[in-house]
Design a protein around this ligand. Sequence first.
Ligand code: GAR
Length: 208
Amino acid sequence: MKRIVVLVSGRGSNMQAIVQRCADDGWPAAVVAVLANRPDAQGLEFARQRGIATAVVDHKLFAAREEFDAALARAIDGFSPDLVVLAGFMRILGAAFVRHYEGRLLNIHPSLLPAFAGLHTHRRALAAGCKAVGASVHFVTPELDHGPIVIQSVVPVRPGDDEERLAARVLATEHIIYPLAVRWFVEDKLELAGDLVRQRDGASQVLM
Ligand code: GAR
């Protein structure tokens, strides 16, 4: 049974999708804790209602990023995770933290990486005239929103789309691809070779 720790900063809809699929589909895994860097993160309430352990490591209480990272890692490691899942976790994590979880730290980003790392992805994609956007699940490396890509979703941009509509359409696909990527991880279906990730069964790593 693999132990999953999920980190959120806000709403936590991706975390909820993962918790739900894990329970409904009987993964050989359990979400053992949900951690947040904000005491008011809405996702915490969902976890509490589900009887999942929660903890807050409030970044505002730390003077330096390294101190926050170290406290966060201590809190995470208290749950002995096999996998750490960043699900809308909006703090940049330092290289030492990332290295500590190398090969067992996943993130989702609402763009077709390597395009549009960072914030305001949908706004920037619309301004660039992109005809397709999407989301990417990737292993985390020290470079922001960068690292071996596990799966991507591709979503068409429609006439009249604004940032909000596009974000909602992409988010619906995030709720499919993130649980799938986590499932592959806990079922040992992912093979990591340098910058590339292969799904051992040859399952499609793109949702269109
Ligand atoms: C999601 O769209 C996720 O891709 C994005 O934040 C949102 C969190 O929603 N993550 C990032 O931008 C990370 N760089 P959620 O809290 O409802 O899962």
